[in-house]
Design a protein around this ligand. Structure first.
Ligand code: OMP
Length: 244
């Protein structure tokens, strides 16, 4: 879905629709307005807790997911799943039931009793899982670049181990921050061509869209630089052009 939408719209931009408003009605309306304005210039839409907590999954976010699908775009839930198996499975099933096509999860739980249930569920429902392997924020390197070894292996940065795990688990793709092109380049080497790399952190967080794509990202996740722009449609179109 994402590849088709990306080709058709000539865009590698994933809209992060992270709007906030204490008034539920206004939040819903603004979300739909931004979505309608930018739909032709993005290849997927990612939702986060801003909308799920404020609007609820049922009778709220589910209708946004329907609208995303009406625009023939995939809907990604930024769930950052990171708990024990049965809780992860409940969250994943709920998001999948609400129509999401893909979920973001953290590999930090490991497989057994952590990600195993989520991957089995995703396979049975034909949904995609995207693993968070290097975050975009400045402090991320403390942990993601930490040298660690598995068993008798020689030490290497944590994110490299996460990518190996994601490959072994047959994840659809990786989230790697756009703020560190050298990490994207290394991630691409380790992930091979088949895994998608989605990179947040351009615009408001300072990452350079061209550098991220040049280093190997397939898609850029962009939030505030689009939905806070005076003309979100123009901003989405400009980001799309930057990434061609
Ligand atoms: P902007 O900084 O407004 O473009 O938003 C970035 C979006 O990407 C938000 O929805 C974040 O939750 C998300 N994100 C990051 O910013 N950094 C990460 O390392 C990972 C994510 C993510 O998983 O999407």
């Amino acid at each position: 879905m994402i590849r088709k939408a990306s080709r058709e719209r000539r865009s590698r931009v994933v809209l992060a629709l992270d709007l906030e408003d204490p008034d539920r009605g206004k939040l819903m309306q603004r979300s739909m307005d931004v979505l309608s304005a930018v739909a032709k210039h993005v290849c997927a839409v990612k939702l986060n807790r801003q909308l799920v907590l404020a609007l609820g999954l049922w009778g709220g976010v589910d209708s946004i997911v329907n609208t995303i699908h009406e625009f023939s775009l995939p809907a990604i839930m930024d769930a950052k799943l990171n708990d024990v198996g049965h809780t992860n499975e409940f969250m994943a099933r709920s998001y999948m039931d609400a129509g999401f096509d893909a979920l973001i999860a953290s590999p930090i739980t490991g497989w057994e009793g952590g990600m195993d249930s989520v991957f089995k569920l995703a396979e049975s429902r034909d949904k995609a899982l995207i693993m968070l392997t290097y975050m975009s924020n400045p402090g991320a390197q403390t942990f993601y670049s930490m040298q660690a070894s598995r068993g008798n292996e020689s030490p290497k940065p944590m994110f490299e181990t996460f990518i190996e795990m994601a490959r072994q688990w047959k994840a659809y793709g990786l989230v790697v921050g756009a703020t560190r092109p050298e990490i994207i380049r290394r991630s691409r080497e380790l992930a091979g061509r088949d895994m998608a790399i989605l990179s947040p952190g351009v615009g408001a967080q300072g990452g350079d869209p061209r550098a991220a794509i040049g280093a190997g990202s397939d898609y850029l996740i962009v939030g505030r630089a689009i939905y806070e722009a005076s003309d979100p449609k123009k901003a989405a179109s400009q980001y799309s052009e930057l990434t061609l």
